[in-house]
Design a protein around this ligand. Sequence first.
Ligand code: PEP
Ligand code: MN
Length: 340
Amino acid sequence: MIIVMRHDATSAQVAAVVAQVQAHGMRTHLSDGDERTVIGVIGTNPFALRDLFIEAPGVAEVVPITKPFKLSNREFRSRDTRIKVNSHEVGGDRIWIVAGPCSVDNEELYLESCRLVQAAGAHALRGGVFKPRTSPYSFQGLRAGGVEILREARRQTGLPLVCEVLAPADIDTLAELADVLQIGARNMQNFALLSEVGRLRKPVLLKRGMSATIEEWLLSAEYILSQGNYQVILCERGIRTFETYTRNTLDLNAIPLIKELSHLPIIVDPSHGTGRRSLVTAMALAGIAAGAHGLMVEVHAQPEVALSDGAQSLTPQAFRQLVEQVDAVAAALQRPVGVS
Ligand code: PEP
Ligand code: MN
């Protein structure tokens, strides 16, 4: 439920309503708009108490939120959430591009890949050290042994790092180093992990589970937001369908739909969304045309020797061309172009 205050409500009236809500054992979330303050109320069946609030001084209206996701709901906050990652505001008009190898495997090639994606225009680096692999016999990442390589990549490029956490125990290893913590598709409904990153005050990139509905995905975001961490970036990375020529089916519907339903930023991962290098650029452009706030793209200096996801990794040259084409699409959409 949201309580919309009158445009001339005083801060004392807002505080009195907040206190009254909390006295009933419910939680509040304040959203100060340009026009008026909106108080979000979270609790079991808050609308049953509607009559208590409708007459309170300064209240304009009391509106139920019928969808199960609340804090991520556009009705809760009409303006887009913008999340600062170094100098970039993710969720604004400028496209945010995260690029780099799937995993940190070989130090020299990882650092080379990072320098090359930076030169091509990436705003942030990716690279997993804890890898969620379908088979226990596949390369699992360098784990804590990869951390110094990530640190060196950031030192050489100055770019922020987006890094996946697989388990609550990884958070300590990564939280001081990574600028954005990634929750992978396979962990989208790992509620213990979601609550744990919800307790941090740093951006979280939440990938869509491969079989998750949009509503389940937003409810997962809700686990993070409801712990007080409002810095959630959603990432569409493809869902499972009957199609076998591609690894996943990139659900482009999700982009404009999420923008309708939620105020959170959404980016697209065309690498996992297709599983095939030859399709990545086309789907990256489609994602931007559909309104995504950014991209996450796997790029490797030598994809043929990558220890994970080489088949979907672009060469640095191909990535450079992708960035140029993204710029052209951005210009057509009257969004800012260029990497600076
Ligand atoms: C990844 O980003 O390398 C990854 C494992 O992605 P996903 O969780 O989307 O499969
Ligand atoms: Mn990968």
